[in-house]
Design a protein around this ligand. Sequence first.
Ligand SMILES: NC(=O)c1ccc[n+]([C@@H]2O[C@H](COP(=O)([O-])OP(=O)(O)OC[C@H]3O[C@@H](n4cnc5c(N)ncnc54)[C@H](OP(=O)(O)O)[C@@H]3O)[C@@H](O)[C@H]2O)c1
Length: 362
Amino acid sequence: MLGGFGDFFLLVGVTLGSILLNLFFLILSPVIVLYVKYGGVGNRLKRQMPLPRVPRCVFITGASSGVGEALAYEYCKRARKQQVQDLVLYLTGRNATRLDQVCERCRELGASKVHALVVDVADEAAMREAITKADQERPLDLVIANAGVSVTNTGLMEESKSGATGYERSKKLLDVNIYGALYTIWPALDCMIARQRGGQIAINASIASYIAGPLNMSYSASKAAVRFYGESLRTAMAPLGIRVNTILLGFVESRMTEPLKNRHGRLPFAKSAEEAATSLANQIERDVGVIEYPAWPFGVLGEWLNAAPPLVREWIWSMVMGRMVTRAERKLRKRQAADVNIADSGTSTKYAILTRLVEKLI
Ligand SMILES: NC(=O)c1ccc[n+]([C@@H]2O[C@H](COP(=O)([O-])OP(=O)(O)OC[C@H]3O[C@@H](n4cnc5c(N)ncnc54)[C@H](OP(=O)(O)O)[C@@H]3O)[C@@H](O)[C@H]2O)c1
């Protein structure tokens, strides 16, 4: 067993080691990038199955609003520009009215067939049926696992008001964001593998997957899970000619981020859903493995945070948590009579504020 000094030296050793390793990769990165891009191990593994420049058949989950909706329009515009006459879209969501409006707009933009599928991504059987049926009608070129929730959008905040516990909200979020993505990916893979003609799957994770801090824990964890899955799947599927792209978005204006914008007045460095969709479609076409958008500042800061030694990350997040605690205390103090000092009003009150704060973060 290590004593106090032993622990200290171990910590310093691990931190220094991780800094040196990061420096090593930083210096070596340009060489690795060139090697993988021009004839190295990456290309050797990949079986190059020709895919059409503009996909003819696209399946998008969560296309009833935001990024998914904008991607649907983007593929219609691309098809029109490239004079593709036979674009088929399968668009999913739970809100039938919004989904129908999106489908109508896609038809106006020239898509030859647009199918609206009202299905919950967390329903495994329904997703398998929807994707298999779509693929039988017309082989899917591109499947985008885009549907997702955060505590800020659809329902989860209302549930917190109606008394659902943090754990219940967390479970719902994890179900949609992790299993919803997997229930999209798995049947799509089965169809593509059986066909032996390749295909492409894009998975919408998030820059939040780099954030292991007390901000939106379940969301970050769910997105980290799908990011890891997507990155691993890309290399595993390369020999079968199936391309897998993982998308990491920073702030994009949508129904998901609207409550944040309303609360804070603005979303720093936010992009519109249309801007995001154009860049995503470009990068999916170029088969970029991990798509960070916007690359600055979200991609760069996310990468940096991810590469920092654990102790540095802990220090950063402790400061953030400290600020949140101070703010929560200040709020409570304001609500109480001006002469009541929260520090003097007993641990139980202070502990109650902290418990409420933590419950929100779960
Ligand atoms: N906006 C950002 O800043 C941002 C940043 C990073 C990552 N992302 C990711 O980007 C993706 C799209 O988000 P967005 O910003 O476009 O938000 P959005 O406008 O709220 O869109 C979310 C979409 O997901 C669908 N959806 C939610 N739960 C579903 C469920 N259980 N079953 C089926 N569909 C469901 C919604 O459809 P219904 O409402 O019809 O159910 C909607 O079409 C999400 O995965 C999100 O995590 C967004």
